[in-house]
Design a protein around this ligand. Structure first.
Ligand SMILES: *Cc1c(COP(=O)(O)O)cnc(C)c1O
Length: 421
């Protein structure tokens, strides 16, 4: 299935042949395919093979690939100029669209990646509170900024240690890592440290899909309020995906800051950080917390984001959730028919899959799942034209373009593959 010549050229000139590590298939083995084009639920590779795509640009393409309205809007924007480095109407309209959908966001700044948004959140939280410590959770991913690239699976309220070569102990000395869903560990961290902010994925979707335990997010909210720390929801995946107003709407919790990415850019490079005006006004040029970007609020990206959000009304989420439920139910049936222990979970429009005997509630448990079996599942599906995420630590994304018929075909294929695992 691989275009071998292209793979050789990629490996010669791009480290590992890819521009983001998970694309290299290291977690599942084998060689990646090269995408030539995509439409709706389907990818086509450079050898003309077709795949039903459950990655959807890691959730960014919630409408399906090459949505006609987004394509047309971006083409029109491109003809009017691709970048100005000066204010535009579309930036204002996208900021308004975000604030309209997410009540906790009174003001928003647009950036170009989720990493940038998380980096700004850390700096802003420190600048606004005058404190330094950031609390994060093992297995939560917030992009590749040094301060948050901390070895996961740390013990109770221990100080972070570097998780990547090149990240100095100093860069993570002010990062405290505790297990997800572990209220006593959060409590201990607050007793020990003067916390500036708690960063959390309100639905963890980067260690596979791990749901917040009942009361966990409420506890974070009240603990932060009591301690004068900021609660930062990383809604880069959940924002505009699990509901119009994201996970914070679903759980009825108001964070101080939120970061968005993926869906909000309609498939172009765009992300955002938003929150109360009081906190956001610490940003330059109003306040002393510096933040900037040559391509921030890029006119193609803002056009795509607006075109995407305009199509995501309440009915769209009802439809997406039904699709996710259909897939989850079908996969559960496929695995149980084959006698396999599997946890197939759903959070709104997200689906997760662990080959594990018990529900997975944190990163340590996610690591104990059978990732070898996931790799065999991945390749069995890929060989039959269905592309799931190339790692058992990722999430399954349906789009509005995944028809019931497409999902039922996937379930039939999974039922066959399950007997081979
Ligand atoms: C993808 C992701 C990020 C990083 O976004 P990039 O645009 O890849 O930098 C941050 N947080 C979460 C929860 C993500 O899923």
């Amino acid at each position: 299935m691989t275009d071998d010549a292209l793979l050789a050229r990629a490996n010669a000139r791009i480290p590992g042949g890819v521009n983001s590590p998970v694309r290299a298939f290291n977690a599942v083995g084998g060689a990646p395919f090269f995408v030539a084009s995509a439409k709706g639920a389907e990818l086509v590779d450079t050898e003309g093979r077709r795949y039903v795509d459950y990655v959807q640009s890691w959730g960014a393409s919630i409408l399906g690939h090459a949505d006609p309205h987004i394509v047309e809007t971006v083409q029109r924007a491109a003809a009017a100029g691709t970048s100005f480095g000066a204010p535009t109407r579309a930036e204002v309209e996208l900021a308004e669209a975000i604030c309209d959908r997410v009540p906790s966001v009174e003001k928003v700044r647009l950036v170009s990646s989720g990493t940038e948004a998380a980096m700004t959140a850390v700096r802003l939280a420190r600048g606004a509170t005058g404190r330094t410590k950031i609390l994060k959770f093992a297995g939560c991913y917030h992009g590749h900024l040094d301060a948050l690239l901390v070895a996961a699976g740390s013990g109770l309220a221990t100080l972070g240690i570097p998780g990547s070569a090149g990240v100095t102990p100093g860069a993570v000395a002010d990062t405290v890592v505790v297990p997800y869903n572990d209220i006593p560990a959060v409590d201990a961290a607050f007793l020990e440290h003067d916390i500036a902010a708690v960063l959390v994925e309100p639905i963890a979707a980067n260690m596979g899909l791990v749901l917040p335990a009942t009361g966990f997010l409420d506890y974070l909210r009240s603990r932060c309020t009591g301690a004068g720390a900021l609660l930062v929801f990383d809604e880069v995946i959940t924002g505009f995906r699990v509901a119009v107003g994201g996970a914070q709407e679903q759980f009825g919790i108001t964070p101080d800051l939120s970061i968005f990415g993926k869906v909000v850019g309609g498939g172009l490079p765009l992300a955002a950080i938003g929150g109360s005006a009081a906190v956001m006004d610490h940003l330059a040029p109003l306040g002393p917390v510096y933040q900037a970007g040559t391509l921030s609020g890029n006119p193609l990206a803002t056009a795509a984001g607006l075109a995407a959000l305009a199509q995501l009304d309440a009915a769209a989420y009802v439809s997406l959730e039904a699709k996710a439920a259909r897939l989850v139910e079908g996969l559960l049936g496929a695995f149980s028919a084959a006698g396999l222990a599997a946890q197939v979970t759903q959070a709104g429009t997200l689906a997760g899959l662990f080959f594990a005997p018990e529900p997975v509630t944190n990163y340590a448990a996610a690591q104990e799942a059978d990732h070898g079996r996931y790799a065999r599942f991945f390749h069995g599906m890929l060989d039959r034209g269905v592309y799931f995420a190339p790692s058992g630590y990722e999430t399954t994304f349906v789009s509005l373009a995944h028809s019931d018929e497409i999902i039922d075909d996937t379930i039939a294929i999974a039922t066959e593959v399950a007997t081979t695992l």
